[in-house]
Design a protein around this ligand. Structure first.
Ligand SMILES: [Zn+2]
Length: 381
C-alpha cells in the first residue's frame, strides 16, 4: 500500500468526496483530511469548522479533538462522526487498510438503481469494532489529570513502601522492573497530607492501589489494583475472594480513557505478545522478554485498528482457563481477518495456575517455556 495519505487524497478526488466506513454497530465514520476542514478555528484542545459533510456555513458545528483526531458534527440533522486522518495516523491507517481489503475481497451489494450512470462503488468494509470516543465526564477528566500530576510522587511511594514491595515480591515481580514499567503506588499517607485536601476527594478510590500506566490512541490512563486488605503471606485467591465480598473495594478500577498496559501504540514493534493481565506482562518482562513486545489488554478489548501498520505478527498468550481459550480463538480470527499473522501460545495443562503470573510463582522460569518457544519461532520466521 502506498502512503496512506496519498491514498485518501486519491480516493477523494476520484469523483467521490467521502470515505465512509461502517462499523458492525451500524455507526458510520467519515475519514477526512485536515485540508478539507472549512475555515477551521483553533479552540485549544478542539478545532471547530463549518461542516463540509452537510454543508453548513452558518455555524461551525463540526468539533474535532486535536489530540485524537475524532470529531462530531453537532447539527442535529447531520450528527456525523469524523476522523481527521493526519491527526490520528494509526487509527486512520488501520481503518483505511481494512477498507481497501474490503474493496478487493468482499462482494459488493448492488443497491444502486440500474438506470443510474456508474458511480463510484460503495465502500465495503470488513467488520471491525471501533471504539468511539464518548464525552468524558468532568470528574473522570479531573481524576486522570490529578493522577498524572502525582505520577512522580506515586513512583517515589512505590520505591519506599514496604507493603507494596512485599506484595510485588510475593507475586515474583522485582521492584526495579515494576518501576521501569511505570508501576506506581498510592498510599493513604500521600493523600492524607494537608495540602492534598482537594485531591483526596477525587482520588479516594485509588488509595492502597498499585497503578499501571495505560496507552490508547485517545491518550494515557491508569488501571489500579487494590491491595486492601492484603497482608504479607496472604494467598492470591484468598485476597481475590476478600475483594469480591459485597462492600469491598473493586479489585481493579480504570481511568477514562483506559487502554493497554504496554508501550505507546505507535511505538509497537513488528511482533507483539498479547497477554491478559498487568501482572502477566510484568512476569514476562521479569523473565527477560523484551518489554516493548509485551502488551497486556488489562480489561480493554483488542481493537485491531489501534495497531499501527508496522505490526505484522501477534502472538496470543492469553490465560489458560476457558475464558482465555475462548478469547484466544476469537482474537485469532479477528486478527487474521485484518491481515495479521497470528500465533497462539499453548498454555500447558497445568493445574498450578491459570495465568503466567500464577505459574511463575509456582514454577519459575520453566513455566514460561511456551512463551520463549513462541519468541524463538517469531525470530526464526
Ligand atoms: Zn455536519
Amino acid at each position: 500500500m502506498k502512503d496512506f495519505l496519498s491514498e485518501v487524497t486519491l480516493a477523494k478526488t476520484a469523483k467521490t468526496p467521502m470515505i465512509t466506513i461502517s462499523t458492525p454497530q451500524g455507526k458510520q465514520i467519515e475519514i477526512v483530511l485536515a485540508s478539507e476542514l472549512c475555515q477551521p478555528v483553533d479552540m485549544g484542545a478542539h478545532v471547530q469548522a463549518y461542516c463540509h459533510l452537510h454543508g453548513s456555513d452558518h455555524q461551525r458545528s463540526l468539533s474535532i479533538k486535536k489530540m485524537t483526531g475524532w470529531g462530531h458534527c453537532f447539527n442535529t440533522a447531520c450528527q456525523a462522526t469524523v476522523l481527521v486522518a493526519e491527526w490520528n495516523r494509526p487509527v486512520a491507517q488501520r481503518l483505511l487498510h481494512v477498507y481497501y481489503q474490503g474493496l478487493t475481497s468482499a462482494a459488493l451489494p448492488s443497491y444502486q438503481a440500474p438506470h443510474l450512470p456508474s458511480r463510484p462503488r460503495p465502500y465495503v468494509v470488513q467488520p471491525l469494532l471501533l471504539p468511539l470516543p464518548k464525552t468524558i465526564p468532568a470528574w473522570q477528566k479531573q481524576e486522570l489529570h490529578i493522577l498524572c500530576a502525582l505520577d512522580g510522587q506515586m513512583r517515589w511511594a512505590l520505591a519506599h513502601s514496604q507493603r507494596a514491595q512485599l506484595y510485588l515480591r510475593e507475586r515474583g515481580i522485582p521492584l526495579n522492573s515494576a518501576l521501569e514499567a511505570g508501576v506506581r503506588y498510592m498510599p493513604s499517607a500521600l493523600l492524607d497530607r494537608p495540602e492534598m485536601r482537594k485531591e483526596r476527594e477525587v482520588l479516594r478510590r485509588w488509595v492502597d492501589r498499585l497503578l499501571f500506566p495505560l496507552n490508547s490512541p485517545f491518550g494515557r490512563g491508569y488501571i489500579g489494583r487494590s491491595l486492601w486488605p492484603w497482608q504479607p503471606g496472604m494467598d492470591e485467591t484468598i485476597h481475590k475472594a476478600l475483594l469480591e465480598r459485597p462492600g469491598s473495594p473493586k479489585r481493579w478500577i480504570k481511568t477514562n480513557p483506559a487502554g493497554w498496559f504496554g508501550v505507546e501504540c505507535e511505538q509497537l514493534p513488528d511482533t507483539i505478545f498479547l497477554v491478559e493481565g498487568a501482572f502477566d506482562r510484568l512476569t514476562l518482562v521479569a523473565a527477560g522478554l523484551p518489554a516493548p513486545e509485551i502488551v497486556a489488554l488489562a480489561g480493554t478489548a483488542m481493537q485491531v485498528e489501534w495497531l499501527p501498520v508496522q505490526v505484522k505478527t501477534v502472538v496470543l498468550a492469553l490465560d489458560g482457563d476457558d475464558g482465555g481459550k475462548e478469547a484466544s480463538s476469537r482474537l485469532a480470527d479477528q486478527l487474521a481477518q485484518a491481515g495479521l499473522c497470528v500465533q497462539v501460545c499453548q498454555f500447558g495443562e497445568d493445574t498450578l495456575g491459570k495465568d503466567w503470573n500464577e505459574l511463575w510463582q509456582h514454577l519459575g522460569q520453566q513455566s514460561l517455556a511456551p512463551v520463549f518457544e513462541a519468541l524463538s519461532e517469531t525470530l526464526s520466521a
